[in-house]
Design a protein around this ligand. Structure first.
Ligand code: AMP
Ligand code: MG
Length: 417
């Protein structure tokens, strides 16, 4: 076992151990927020035929070559084409077709004039402008041509991808399996959200932050267990849950306290890769792997403090859950932000400072970081005022207002200042 690795080393050590999960096929309706497991090649053109981009009139552009406000040209309407109509008969020179958005372009037509630019009366239309050939026509295959690969494996299926898969007729979609996450919270002082607090008790919040974070990364939470501080109880829960999950997270009991079961149990039943990380908050994080019948299940002994557990999840669990799903980008995007106040940081540890990072035209980098107040690791409320973790390098001990810092964006802001 190694001691006091840096957060970067720890993150690499985790990712080295993480297996890809096998792919599975789901119905299109269940594919949102899953990760594509194979490249998607289009077997036909989208759109499948030339169609109108506007409600208007399909014409031969040269018929309108002389049209102007002073010399309007009037053409009779030879046919009306609705979206979904079958192929139409040819439009002869000197006539036009009334055509709706998305309707197929009839043979002979080479441009569409917007309805708003014309006036129609008794089945003939007056045109007062010229039109270029091709105007307002969406060409067959102009969105996606047959044989193109518009989506590659490893892509998150957001609304746009979900819709695109539908337009490509992909009724079944091959996606990465969702990591099954099991959570064990330790601590004799913890009670469930529904319990009235007795002396010495607090509500368990880590179950919910860990479950929420895990779900937001595409995982499904298959179990949440609470145990006290008894090593045997903890070990039983781990043994019970290991066969049912792809990732096991515990919270608390991993530090130097007298009643810290995780610290003692994990090294006995799994291979530990590191225990302490030179970071704040979240120094005690034990990472282990359990191997049985050809399966590797990673186990994280995360800290108990409500902020530490979230910060440690961000750095070491999230990238792993994404890697399991074969996602390409597993790290958060970073921006450079200008901090709005002073901050003291410990020597020798990377500190992750909670902040609200928002776009700000006045700031030199375009981003301002508002520190989220008291940074104690027990203050969960500070996380509700943050959308970023500022990364303060190990050797940096003092930041002053106006300094530039790297901000890991855990969410993008919805407002500017
Ligand atoms: P520990 O690492 O077990 O010593 O826990 C550190 C601190 O975090 C203690 O103050 C615990 O009461 C608190 N804590 C541990 N687990 C939880 C939890 N699931 N929910 C809220 N607070 C917790
Ligand atoms: Mg504890």
């Amino acid at each position: 076992m190694r001691h006091m690795v840096s957060p970067e080393e720890a993150s690499d050590l985790v990712l080295e151990q993480i297996p890809f999960l096998p792919a599975q096929t789901v119905a299109h309706c269940d594919a949102l927020n899953r990760t594509l497991a194979r490249d998607i090649e289009s077997t036909f053109d989208v759109p499948p035929w030339d169609n109108s981009a506007m409600d208007g009139y399909g014409v031969l552009s040269r018929d309108l070559a002389e049209a102007s406000l002073t010399t309007p040209i009037t053409l009779p309407v030879a046919q009306t084409v609705a979206a979904g109509a079958l192929s139409q008969s040819e439009i002869r020179p000197g006539t036009c077709a009334r055509i709706m958005t998305g309707a197929p372009i009839p043979p002979g037509v080479d441009a569409v004039v917007m309805r708003e630019e014309t006036s129609e009366s008794s089945d003939s239309v007056q045109f007062t402008t010229t039109v270029a050939a091709g105007q307002n026509i969406r060409r067959r295959g102009s969105d996606i041509a047959r044989g193109e690969v518009p989506l590659r494996a490893g892509r998150l299926i957001r609304a746009a991808e979900w819709g695109l898969l539908a337009s490509l007729g992909q009724a079944q979609v091959e996606v990465a399996a969702q990591p099954r996450v099991a959570i064990i919270t330790t601590g004799a002082e913890l009670v469930d959200v529904g319990s009235t607090l007795q002396d010495g008790q607090i509500h368990d919040s880590n179950s919910w932050t860990l479950a929420g974070l895990s779900q937001s990364s595409g995982a499904s939470v298959v179990a949440i267990r609470h145990v006290g501080d008894d090593p045997q109880e903890f070990e039983c829960a781990v043994q019970e849950l290991l066969p049912q999950c792809d990732a096991l997270l515990s919270s608390g009991g991993v530090s130097m306290g007298d009643f810290d079961p995780v610290r003692d149990v994990l090294p006995r039943i799994a291979q530990v890769h590191f225990w302490k990380i030179a970071m704040k908050p979240g120094k005690p994080v034990m990472f282990a792997t359990h191997h049985s019948t050809g399966r590797t299940v990673p186990i994280w002994g995360l800290p108990g403090n409500p902020v530490s557990v979230m910060v440690a999840w961000e750095q070491f669990v999230r990238p792993a859950l994404l890697k399991m799903q074969n996602r390409r980008a597993v790290k958060r995007l970073e921006v450079r932000a200008i901090i709005d106040g002073a901050h003291r940081s410990p020597q020798g540890k990377v500190e992750f400072v909670r902040a609200l990072v928002v776009p700000d035209a006045q700031a030199a980098t375009g981003w301002t970081a508002r520190l989220a107040g008291d940074q104690s690791s027990g203050r969960l409320s500070s996380m509700t005022h943050a959308n970023a973790l500022l990364v303060v390098p190990a050797e940096e001990t003092l930041l002053t207002a106006g300094d530039q810092v790297v901000a890991q964006m855990t969410e993008w802001p919805e407002t500017t200042i």
